[in-house]
Design a protein around this ligand. Structure first.
Ligand SMILES: CC(C)(COP(=O)(O)OP(=O)(O)OC[C@H]1O[C@@H](n2cnc3c(N)ncnc32)[C@H](O)[C@@H]1OP(=O)(O)O)[C@@H](O)C(=O)NCCC(=O)NCCS
Length: 199
């Protein structure tokens, strides 16, 4: 019994949570002890793989490389957590001890911005994004006192738009952002409003 209590206390302290069998969700935040750099490096490595696989067909290889370097390097991810209030959730396959997905959020005045949500292609359709979202809904209410989650999605990322709609997000706006280097992000803004009872 004591061992179990200790395990629970450890998992709470580390922000570790088991969602589905064989998958573990872990929170990376300013409070993550000691090995934040190594964890951010693992996220950046996964980002590199997922972005090349999924986004090359949508925005081209040159823009993929540009955006990975600008927004998803290990240093950038670490800095966003340490200096900009970002929190990341990572999902690991416990059997293979391998990172398989991640998302990144930051609170804004009128909602939680879901700025990243990615799952490795081998592990899609198993409810990992849904589990991230459930965790984010709880964080949105309990930790930030916010009632909505917003994200932006490339207008031509049709599979993701469908999945976001299945998860309750609706398109509320469009945005075209100049990200430098001659590149633009041509996106829909999608929003999920928490049910009133859950706020
Ligand atoms: C979008 C993404 C994160 C979803 O992750 P996932 O773990 O596969 O999603 P889930 O398994 O939790 O599925 C959530 C819902 O979408 C549905 N879904 C999953 N894949 C789908 C697909 N290809 N087409 C239609 N619906 C799909 C699921 O059935 C589920 O709905 P349900 O509960 O009603 O059955 C993942 O597909 C991904 O990483 N895509 C590439 C990167 C990307 O585009 N990210 C989003 C950037 S905004």
């Amino acid at each position: 019994m004591q061992a179990r209590q200790a395990a629970v206390a450890f998992r709470q302290r580390m922000g570790v949570k088991t969602i589905t069998q064989g998958t573990r969700i872990q929170k990376l935040s300013i409070h993550t002890p000691d090995d934040l750099e190594a964890r951010c490096a693992a996220v950046a490595e996964l980002a590199d793989e997922i972005w090349h696989e999924h986004f090359t067909a949508i925005i081209g290889a040159v823009q993929v490389d540009y955006m990975l370097a600008k927004f998803q390097s290990a240093e950038r991810i670490c800095a966003s957590i340490r200096q900009e209030g970002y929190v990341y959730l990572t999902a690991a396959d416990t059997e293979k001890d391998r990172l398989i997905g991640y998302c990144g959020v930051v609170p804004e005045d009128d909602g939680l911005l879901l700025s990243k949500l990615y799952v490795h292609s081998d592990f899609r359709g198993r409810g990992i994004a849904r589990s991230f979202l459930e965790e984010l809904f709880a964080m949105c209410r309990q930790e930030y006192g916010l009632d909505r989650i917003r994200l932006t999605v490339n207008k031509y990322n049709f599979s993701a738009i469908t999945i976001h709609e299945k998860n309750g997000f609706t398109i509320i706006d469009t945005v075209k952002a100049d990200i430098g280097g001659g590149f633009f992000m041509d996106d829909y803004v999608m929003e999920f409003v928490l049910p009133k009872d859950d706020r």
